[in-house]
Ligand binder design. Structure first.
Ligand SMILES: [Fe+2]
Ligand SMILES: [Fe+2]
Length: 208
């Protein structure tokens, strides 16, 4: 069982993820690109898609923090913590892009954080093999989702596209690393359930 200290630290990280500004150590992809002319409709579509991606990163943080809290093996714990750290960059990039497009983050983020944290903690309790398998499958589904967004983002929005392209490369790497750390392939019903859960998130955070 996690200690009270670990629970407090996890709660603090959650509050900072949902309510605090995220910082990026790496250069923000597409930062040097000149802003492109876009119609109001294009801007609002791009902002909604980037809001979905931001909420996805909030969920990724929560999943990895939840998993790290219940992971048994210190190596897996470190790998999960590392993954969560890297995801804060994505959080910063998407947050900044939403602001540049003149929109706001999803109001549902606290709810999604809590739900994802619980799912992550439950996955961690199943043991490292499944927990890492869950991480790999999450990342694979995120890559597929980001591909879908690249098809929907306006061609003019080169800045958002640069962020999404870079995130896609990172997520694919996270999936590979989880498998290398010993993650198992999840059963098909688990994968299907994950797709349903993420559909709920993507379709609501597009609007709210
Ligand atoms: Fe990410
Ligand atoms: Fe990732």
């Amino acid at each position: 069982m996690p200690t009270l200290d670990e629970l407090i630290v996890a709660f603090d990280k959650g509050l900072r993820t949902v309510f605090g500004p995220a910082r990026s150590v790496r250069a923000i992809p597409g930062e040097d690109l000149p802003p492109q002319e876009m119609s109001a409709a294009q801007r609002s579509r791009a902002a909604a898609l980037m809001r979905v991606n931001h909420t996805g990163e909030v969920c990724a943080q929560a999943l990895y923090q939840g998993q790290a809290l219940t992971a048994r093996n210190p190596d897996s714990r470190a790998a999960l913590d590392q993954a969560a750290q890297e995801e804060t960059e994505h959080l910063a990039w998407t947050e900044r892009r939403i602001e540049e497009l003149g929109a706001r983050k999803s109001l549902l983020n606290p709810l999604f954080y809590a739900g994802s944290f619980a799912i992550g903690a439950a996955a961690g309790l199943l043991g490292d093999r499944w927990s890492l398998g869950f991480l790999a499958e999450t990342e694979r589904q995120v890559v597929a989702h980001l591909d879908g967004h690249l098809a929907r983002l306006p061609v003019e929005d080169q800045k958002s596209r640069a962020v999404v392209e870079e995130m896609k490369l990172d997520e694919a790497r996270h999936a590979t690393s989880a498998l290398q750390h010993g993650g198992s392939e999840l059963p098909a019903p688990a994968k299907a359930a994950m797709r349903v859960a993420s559909k709920v998130m993507t379709e609501t955070s597009y609007w709210i």
